[in-house]
Design a protein around this ligand. Structure first.
Ligand code: NAG
Ligand code: NAG
Ligand code: NAG
Ligand code: NAG
Ligand code: NAG
Ligand code: NAG
Ligand code: NAG
Ligand code: NAG
Ligand code: NAG
Ligand code: NAG
Ligand code: NAG
Ligand code: NAG
Length: 567
């Protein structure tokens, strides 16, 4: 009869099927260990020994099978003929005592109780080791935090569902590259962004590798960098700024100009840039972990000169001798080179044109021209009107007097700015004016000068000698009557000379001529007398015209002699 016997004290659970005549100690199957934990696709060697009484018995069959316990004596299936196992199962033992077996490419499906059985030539001598070897097949699972922040400490663990029987040497992979770490834990402290990636683990000598797990290392934005397409930006260009910042998760980008928020998004477009868009731009990159501003980028929008104008530091009248500053203002980028033109001539360069001690020669139209590499522009002209008092005042005899004319027309010629406002005519040695207006008609002979006035001053001309010829019939009368008068005059002159000599005895010698004419005292003489005198002293042919003698001003007391005829 067959019976189940439990061999209690043994370290290993050995169940023997024994026949009554045989001591139980002579029969047995020993699995060591009795539980196996194998990695998927690995090869598992199950160590096994058995004993039986060697005398009187002969092993007929020794084989492995799974699970089935058939107490009714039904033949147990030999695993080596099972198509699922035939290629993978290898019996390494012998038929004496070694029942070691090897199973390769284990899978989850191989999780069973594996039992060794043998039979002898004695029908009752059959044995099966129960409950057999428990085989668990495990995969590897990598445990890792879903995401970490740069700087954190990270522990990755490679886990199997059972403790692997063959003490494993773990291998770690990042993005399929083998890491140097060994052990079922991978510690990274502190973690940095370069260590993000797909991690997996395996066991040395085994083909199986765990499913990869992505380690997501988040970090605040790096300082953003703005890139642009053009170095020189012309007014009207379209400009695209691109803000890049490395960050995880991707940063939200916003744009600022002089701390004023503009827009968000990585690209900032200005379709038609104007000089108003010049300035400093910054972008900000922000994510959950922080924010950073770029270094500012300066947009320098260039344009040709415009809004050019000339200003003067004085608005009132410019007088000769004044200092005048002209200021050319223009708007351009880059700054313009300024040249000043008087007419078409370049007279100065530089924004400020300072004319000190201005003279009338500086009068004229001025303009400035601003030029930069993008173009040039002229200002409107400004007129400098340099004013001065009358000068070069002279008397011009416009009508020298016809033979029978009884007046001479004089014109006061001047140079002045503004033109003279008023003219006064004087007869030499008379304090009060004898006429006004630019022209004057002298009806008496004499030395006349004019004086011109403008707001800046007055100037007088040299005196000119004017001889007014009397009408012919009057001359005849005068000639007739003059003989008596002449005698009287001669007497008067002689008397006067005599009187003067007496009265001026202590005054020293003086020329007779000068005394003579001083005695005549043209200033006090009546104009009639003077006319008469000139008539008497000169022949009519020589007396018929007035004279203009610039030198005469230095000889105020000279007799009115015609020195040069004015043609
Ligand atoms: C199992 O291992 C063999 C080599 O031993 C290999 O060729 C095969 O790809 C592995 N299968 C799996 C699923 O890992
Ligand atoms: C079994 O084999 C052994 C050894 O060959 C032999 O001594 C024994 O007699 C055999 N027993 C039977 C029942 O045949
Ligand atoms: C059983 O056989 C295997 C393979 O030949 C061997 O490695 C093992 O050491 C043997 N076991 C014993 C206990 O002799
Ligand atoms: C990131 O960590 C790796 C490995 O520890 C190290 O080689 C690398 O220099 C680190 N990089 C930075 C930016 O810290
Ligand atoms: C912005 O810059 C990044 C990095 O330099 C580049 O990959 C991207 O193509 C740029 N975008 C545009 C619109 O220029
Ligand atoms: C990493 O985590 C961040 C935050 O959840 C997420 O936005 C990002 O897409 C993740 N990156 C990858 C590669 O999964
Ligand atoms: C922008 O803000 C910063 C800090 O608040 C300040 O230092 C800087 O002067 C500001 N710039 C402008 C152009 O306002
Ligand atoms: C910016 O301008 C570029 C080129 O003109 C264009 O391709 C792009 O779509 C624009 N982007 C935005 C956000 O307007
Ligand atoms: C545009 O980029 C160039 C070269 O990358 C740089 O020299 C220039 O200063 C940049 N211009 C602006 C306005 O950022
Ligand atoms: C300067 O010129 C521009 C265009 O030429 C004009 O729009 C602007 O009003 C001008 N500015 C001044 C201050 O004159
Ligand atoms: C104009 O500028 C000049 C030189 O700078 C100076 O001498 C003069 O006094 C200024 N005139 C006025 C009215 O400011
Ligand atoms: C010239 O004019 C500009 C603009 O009108 C002004 O800013 C500047 O001070 C002036 N320069 C002088 C020297 O007057």
């Amino acid at each position: 009869m067959l019976m189940w016997l439990r061999m209690a004290p043994a370290l290993h659970l050995i169940f023997l099927l024994i026949i009554h005549r045989v001591s139980a100690a002579d029969w047995g199957v020993n699995y060591s260990p009795s539980q196996y934990c194998a990695l998927q696709n690995s090869t598992m060697t199950i160590s096994c020994t058995f004993i039986y009484p060697t005398t009187g018995y002969q092993i007929m069959k020794a084989f492995w099978n799974i699970d089935q316990v058939k107490p009714d004596g039904v033949e147990f299936a030999d695993l080596s003929v099972n198509p699922e196992y035939s290629q993978r199962l290898q019996y390494l033992g012998n038929k004496q005592q070694n029942c070691t077996v090897r199973l390769s490419h284990v899978t989850k499906k191989d999780e069973h109780d594996y039992l060794f059985r043998f039979t002898t030539n004695v029908t009752t001598g059959k044995i099966i080791g129960i409950p057999g070897v428990v085989l668990s097949v495990t995969d590897l699972q990598l445990e890792s935090p879903e995401r970490v922040t740069e700087g954190d400490s990270v522990r990755l663990t490679c886990r199997s569902s059972c403790k692997l029987t063959d003490t494993p040497t773990f291998i770690w992979y990042r993005n399929s590259h083998t890491l140097t770490n060994i052990g079922d834990e991978l510690n990274i402290s502190p973690v940095n962004r370069t260590e993000a990636g797909h991690y997996s683990c395996g066991v040395q000598g085994q083909t199986y590798i765990s499913p990869a797990v992505y380690l997501n290392v988040t970090y605040p934005p790096d300082t953003p960098v703005i890139s642009n397409r053009s170095a020189v930006i012309m007014s009207g260009d379209s400009v695209t700024l691109n803000c890049s910042s490395d960050s995880n998760p991707p940063a939200e980008i916003s744009w600022y100009k002089a701390n004023k928020s503009l827009s968000s998004g990585r690209i900032f477009n200005i379709s038609k840039i104007s000089s108003d868009d010049s300035g400093e731009y910054k972008c900000r990159a922000r994510n959950d972990h922080g924010e950073k501003y770029s270094d500012p980028v300066t947009l320098d929008v260039q344009y040709p000169p415009r809004n050019i104008s000339v200003s003067m530091n004085r608005s009132a009248v410019i007088k000769e001798g004044d200092s005048v500053t002209l200021n050319c203002s223009s708007d351009s980028n880059p700054p313009a080179e300024i040249n000043w033109y008087k007419g078409e001539m370049v007279v100065r360069s530089g924004r400020i044109f300072n004319i000190s001690n201005i003279s009338s020669d500086d009068s004229g139209e001025y303009k400035c021209r601003a030029r930069n590499e993008h173009g040039e522009k002229n200002s409107d002209p400004v007129t400098l009107d340099v004013q001065y008092p009358p000068r070069n005042v002279s008397v011009f005899v416009t009508d020298s007097g016809q033979l029978f004319s009884d007046s001479v027309s004089l014109m006061c010629i001047i140079d002045s700015n503004p033109p003279a406002l008023s003219f006064s005519w004087f007869k030499e040695n008379q304090s009060s004016a004898v006429g006004s207006g630019q022209s004057f008609s002298a009806v008496q002979s004499g030395r006349f000068y004019c004086e011109a006035h403008n707001p800046h001053g007055a100037q007088r001309s040299d005196a000119v000698t004017v001889t007014v010829h009397q009408h012919a019939e009057r001359n005849i009368i005068i000639t007739a009557t003059s003989v008596g008068v002449l005698i009287i005059i001669i007497v008067v002159i002689i008397f006067a000379i005599h009187f003067k000599r007496k009265s001026r005895r202590s005054a020293g010698k003086e020329s007779a001529n000068s005394d003579t004419y001083a005695g005549l005292d043209l200033q006090s003489a009546t104009s009639d007398l003077y006319n008469t005198l000139t008539t008497v002293h000169h022949r009519p042919a020589e007396n018929s015209c007035s004279t203009l003698d610039p030198q005469s001003s230095s000889e105020h007391h000279n007799p009115p002699i015609n020195r040069r005829r004015l043609q």
